[in-house]
Write a protein that binds this ligand. Structure first.
Ligand code: SAH
Ligand code: SF4
Ligand code: F3S
Length: 435
């Protein structure tokens, strides 16, 4: 039997990237091979994101593009996976008759069966069951073929925090922590295949708990694996840190000094309206604790601009917080109303006001990022090299703060850590030579 091909497109966050790798491995069990040729696939899988309205719209407009490409060809099987699938399960077929199979983020391990069934019966199906235990049980038996120098490992999924703007508690389900022994098995397997850096993933990764194993204890165990040189984790909620985890940044040299710690707003009033359950001062105190533990630690964050009720003073509070913490990398988006979330019925602020505030905030964030990158010039950074650039004349790696570093050199190989003298910088990248 000749094998069939599938094309997978990933939208959204790093967890979706991890999931897409797992889906790709699952597909090979039913003899579907991955292809990059968009115009000759037997099966399409869109692993989707529902976080903002635009993310969801993009999914449907991209389905339209595929439909067009195959207008005069045999229709491929179309799988809608991920967070849009979960959130819109009941209306997907109405919104697009092109979709054949709808499968949620906690049910994709069943995809091989769903596809086989579809091939037999040509009947559309929906599976949005939230059975995380079963998913990871199936996945642990599937060979991972996606190890990289820097690899993601999901350790925790879902969220019980219910921030008023956010769809994640509904699309990923309740907070769930994976068995730490299975996580360690996965990390060891990746290490055997050449992975040097592990990025632990979760919607609320700092809330990880499996029996007595907390995130700090899990990181300690991972750092004992000799060939793993670096560990990072994302995304954390400011309320879930224990002292052990904060101190680990000073005790464990493999834990990198960069932390993504979304705050969303610098205003106490807005934080309360968002149901973030901490104040501006709580956040600043936490930042201080990290700095005390690890003086050179750098922070990145997420901001929501124009949440309903945000006035000029709240906006200034956010600006002041950004300056006070001096974030070196951040993501900011205008608030997007999401169906089914508690904030969805609140009155939106005028779009042009939100746009103005967004531009102001992004201007400050960009400036801080550029300044930080320029402050690296003439310094030595330790860089983990990942691959040669597509042009081939440079090697790409990341420094301890996750900033991309490019070096022109023929003697570097993937997976090596080297001291690099930084010679030049722009907003996103650093350039240097072997020190
Ligand atoms: N668990 C993480 C974030 C997950 S979602 C946390 O607690 O912070 C990733 C980011 O998307 C959020 O940090 C937030 O800034 C943004 N986001 C979520 N819902 C949004 C919405 N309705 N409109 C605009 N941005 C949103
Ligand atoms: Fe969403 Fe993060 Fe809030 Fe959970 S903690 S509801 S994932 S923003
Ligand atoms: Fe998007 Fe779902 Fe991730 S909504 S951000 S893909 S958890």
């Amino acid at each position: 039997m000749t094998s069939k091909s599938f094309y997978i497109k990933t939208f959204g966050c790093q967890m979706n990237e991890y999931d897409s790798n797992k889906i790709s491995d699952l597909m090979t069990t039913i003899e579907y091979m991955k292809t990059d040729k968009i115009d000759e696939a037997d099966c399409f899988i869109f692993n989707t994101c529902h976080i903002r309205e635009k993310a969801t719209q993009k999914v449907y407009s991209d389905i339209g593009k595929i439909k067009k490409i195959y207008k005069n060809k045999r229709k491929p099987i179309f799988v809608l996976a991920g967070c849009v699938a979960q959130a819109e399960s009941s209306v997907v077929f109405e919104k697009s008759d092109y979709v054949d199979i709808v499968v949620g983020p906690q049910a994709y391990h069943k995809l091989p069966n769903l596809i086989n069934e579809f091939n037999l019966k040509k009947q559309k199906s929906v599976d949005t069951e939230l059975n995380v235990d079963e998913k990871f049980d199936v996945l642990k038996n599937i060979k991972n073929t996606n190890s990289k120098i820097s690899s993601f490992v999901t350790i925790q999924e879902g969220c019980d925090k219910f921030c008023k703007f956010c769809v994640v508690p509904y699309t990923r389900g309740p907070e769930y922590s994976r068995d730490h022994l299975k996580i360690l098995d996965e990390v060891k397997l990746l290490a055997d295949q050449g992975t040097k850096e592990i990025i632990l993933l979760g919607q609320n990764v700092s809330a990880y708990k499996n029996n007595e194993i907390t995130l700090a204890k899990l990181i300690k165990k991972i750092c004992k694996i000799e060939s793993i040189e670096r560990v990072r984790f994302t995304t954390s909620h400011p309320n879930d840190f224990d002292e052990e985890l904060i101190l680990l940044f000073s005790e464990e040299p493999k834990l990198m000094p960069q932390l993504h710690l979304p705050v969303q707003s610098g205003s106490d009033k807005i934080l309360k309206l968002m149901n973030r359950n901490h104040t501006r001062l709580d956040y600043l105190k936490l930042i201080e604790k990290f700095k005390k533990s690890k003086p050179d630690i750098q922070f990145s964050s997420d901001f929501i601009i124009g949440f309903p009720g945000e006035d000029e003073e709240d906006h200034q509070d956010t600006i002041n917080l950004i300056k006070e913490v001096n974030f070196t990398l951040s993501y900011s988006f205008i608030y997007s109303q999401r169906p089914g979330t508690p904030a969805t019925n609140l009155d939106k602020l005028p779009q042009d006001l939100c746009q103005k505030r967004l531009e102001e905030i992004q201007g400050i964030l960009f400036k801080q990022q550029v300044e930080f990158n320029h402050s690296m010039v003439s310094k030595e950074n330790t860089v983990l090299f990942e691959n040669r650039t597509t042009q081939g004349d440079q090697f790409f790696g990341r420094n301890q703060y996750m900033t991309p570093v490019f070096v022109k050199n023929d003697l570097i190989s993937a997976g090596e850590i080297k001291k690099i003298l930084i010679q030049d910088a722009n907003r996103n990248n650093l350039f240097g030579k072997i020190a």
